[in-house]
Design a binder for this molecule. Structure first.
Ligand SMILES: [Zn+2]
Length: 444
């Protein structure tokens, strides 16, 4: 009898500890889907990532089994299941979730009349790694290349009276911002860098003359790197994002989806006093609710990209983090309309071995894209061919980087984020340096 009473006592106390977790509230916003979980005051949770699904586990939580389907571009639905000891919410996405991309998580204070905090999960394939880069280990050329001087032209696209693509951020500005970072990193590695512009001044207001003058700077140089951001018309701006790199080939080629490089090697941070160990669990993550809409209630259409959390997703108890959004089908869409890169259709420069130049350009483009995806975890849209003037009418191997889409609310906001621009620049620089380091011995 005593045992029975004791058993009943334990049973009832465990009931008292368990929390009823309500079904999540789901909302659709431009470029992302939002999942809000109203946590009871005593409830805890943790997050697991599994390729296409994100699982939110409530260790002591009790849920009522539920299943809902959605047809949002970033969210397909959820299931709520009760396991022996925990409630499990599974969120299914088409774009995939990795430890560095596809989602953001915020914990907000309780809503009015509630006692527990709100867990706000935003899902979008455009979410990339915006965490601070830290100090990247300097690039060191192979011993046989130490005596060589490599030369590169860095071309911040647009400028002057031509702002380039317009969206969350103005293209000409972000191009210059990243190009300046790239030029600095290349210089620090010993590369001789020429910039086509270092402020808003251009060679000519005549687009064609300006582009020619830029391309002409690469005579005798090892590589020409044009840096741009992309745009889409409103009809598909909310679903188009990611990184791509172009080169010129006489015959247009199918996109090449290079394997992402490892993220940049970082130097150990200098010891900072009383820096607490960062928790790996979002349930204890520090968040900044001021960054987000004061009310995370679903249905508040006023929530905009600028209200989105700026903190990076925390890798929780991730079971299978992958290197990138490799699950996304490559887009076959054609060029954006907002970018005038090719005002004339003119022949490639004569007297240059175009086949050799194409092959070298492809190598450079692959190296740069691979390192960019490694550094940012953004969507890999592949190495592509195009006949833009600056890469076509060029004497050196030439590539044109499209860093991301200024017209996507999430990616556009990221293109305003200094951390993200650092990552993009680190990827481009590393890609260029690796390309140079693998050039055949100089025969000049
Ligand atoms: Zn552009």
């Amino acid at each position: 009898m005593r045992i029975l009473i004791l058993a009943l006592f334990i049973w009832s106390s465990s009931i008292a500890l368990a929390s009823g977790i309500p079904a999540p509230r789901i909302g659709k916003y431009p470029g992302y889907s939002r999942v809000v979980i109203d946590l009871p005051a005593d409830a805890s949770y943790r997050v697991e990532l599994n390729l296409l699904a994100m699982r939110v586990i409530f260790p002591d939580g009790i849920v009522v089994a539920d299943l809902k389907k959605y047809k949002y571009p970033e969210f397909l639905g959820y299931t709520l299941e009760q396991n022996a000891e925990s409630g499990v919410l599974t969120l299914v996405t088409p774009q995939g979730v990795t430890s560095r991309s596809g989602w953001r998580l915020q914990v907000l204070p309780p809503g009015e009349g509630k006692t527990g905090s709100r867990v706000v999960i935003d899902l979008s394939g455009a979410f990339s790694d915006t965490s601070p880069l830290g100090m990247v280990a300097p690039f060191v050329f192979k011993p046989e290349n130490l005596a060589r001087t490599f030369s590169v032209v860095v071309d911040p696209g647009h400028g002057g009276t031509d702002p380039g693509a317009r969206g969350v951020v103005q293209e000409s500005e972000v191009n210059l911002s990243v190009s300046t970072r790239v030029a600095q990193t290349l210089s620090e590695a010993g590369v001789e860098v020429t910039m086509t512009r270092s402020d808003n001044t251009v060679f000519s207001d005549d687009k064609r003359l300006d582009l020619r003058a830029r391309a002409d700077l690469s005579k005798g140089k090892d590589l020409f790197v044009s840096i741009h951001a992309n745009a889409r018309p409103a009809s598909n701006a909310m679903t188009t994002y990611g990184t791509e790199v172009y080169y010129f080939n006489k015959k247009s080629q199918a996109p090449v989806f290079v394997t992402p490089a490892n993220p940049p090697k970082l130097l150990p941070m200098p010891e900072v006093q009383a820096a607490p160990e960062t928790s790996s669990s979002p349930s204890t993550a520090e968040t900044s609710p001021s960054d987000i809409a004061s009310d995370a209630s679903v249905g508040d259409a006023s929530v905009s990209a600028s209200n989105l959390p700026q903190t990076n997703a925390v890798d929780a108890t991730s079971t299978a983090p992958t290197s990138s959004n490799t699950t996304v089908e490559p887009s076959t869409e054609t060029r954006p309309v907002a970018v005038a890169l090719n005002p004339t259709s003119s022949p490639a420069v004569k007297g240059v071995d175009q086949t050799q130049r194409s092959q070298a350009s492809l190598k450079a483009a692959s190296s740069v894209l691979s390192n960019m995806i490694g550094a940012t975890a953004s969507l890999n849209r592949g190495v592509r061919t195009a006949d833009y003037l600056v890469i076509k009418e060029n004497t050196a191997p030439a590539i044109l980087v499209e860093m991301g889409f200024v017209t996507h609310p999430i990616e556009g906001a990221q293109l305003k984020d200094a951390n993200y621009l650092d990552r993009i620049a680190a990827g481009i620089s590393r890609g260029v340096l690796e390309y140079l380091d693998n050039l055949p011995p100089d025969k000049r």
